[in-house]
Write a protein that binds this ligand. Structure first.
Ligand SMILES: C[S@@+](CC[C@H](N)C(=O)[O-])C[C@H]1O[C@@H](n2cnc3c(N)ncnc32)[C@H](O)[C@@H]1O
Length: 203
């Protein structure tokens, strides 16, 4: 039987329950699964950087695809406490200052940069969208310096007045850009994923 939440969103319950059954730390994993099914972002042997990785479901999903030759580095404000495969390592850092978070001479040469970063929400959609835009721009700054030419990028953003600006910035850095709203994303959520493929070689 499908139980409904206080907001009446039966899919929220479906994916939350499914994550528990499948042993994932968060229902967000199904968003990446859908992105992967449609856009084939992750490939065996890839080196992946996952921004806003806690509690860790994307880390586990990505590691299953890229291992054993590939690896995943995750970064979040909060430590990841679940057991992780040997090909995954995590760092605790604030990505609002991406270069300080990654460090000069820090990891680079990634095939894929993922960002599921989300600000603490205030309930004010304009404020939340503005904070999400700032995080998305930080993720793009990381992609600019740490992603290989030809690399792939997936970034969550809460739709708002600045979304077009973000999309245009992604378009400038990548050969191909797509917007994607997974079925598993709550219908009430303003989140959307911007996908970039084929990072341009910059001068
Ligand atoms: C929706 S959760 C990510 C879920 C994750 N993809 C998973 O599957 O487990 C968003 C994460 O973004 C992180 N975050 C928000 N602001 C951040 C920042 N400035 N620097 C690093 N991480 C941040 C939060 O701490 C939170 O863990």
């Amino acid at each position: 039987m499908t139980r409904s939440t206080s907001t009446g969103n039966r899919w929220a319950d479906h994916y939350t329950r499914k994550a528990k059954e499948d042993g994932y730390a968060a229902r967000s994993v199904y968003k990446l699964e859908e992105i992967q099914a449609r856009h084939r972002i992750l490939r065996p042997g890839d080196r992946v950087l996952d921004l806003g990785c806690a509690p860790g479901s994307w880390l586990v999903f990505a590691a299953r695809i890229v291992s054993p030759r590939g690896s995943v580095v995750g970064i979040d404000l909060k430590p990841v406490t679940i057991a992780l495969p040997a090909t995954v390592r995590t760092l605790v850092a604030d990505l609002r200052d991406p270069e300080a978070a990654l460090g000069q001479g820090g990891p680079e040469g990634f095939d894929v940069v993922l960002s599921d970063m989300a600000p603490s929400t205030t309930g004010n959609r304009t404020t939340d969208a503005a904070r999400s835009f700032d995080l998305a721009m930080s993720a793009l700054a990381v992609a600019r310096t740490r992603l290989k030419a030809g690399g792939r990028f997936v970034c969550k953003i809460f739709q708002g007045p600045d979304t077009k600006t973000f999309e245009a910035a992604v378009r400038r850095l990548f050969e191909e850009t797509r917007l994607f709203k997974p079925q598993s994303s709550r219908k009430t959520s303003k989140e959307i994923f911007v996908i970039g493929k084929g990072k341009r070689q910059e001068e």
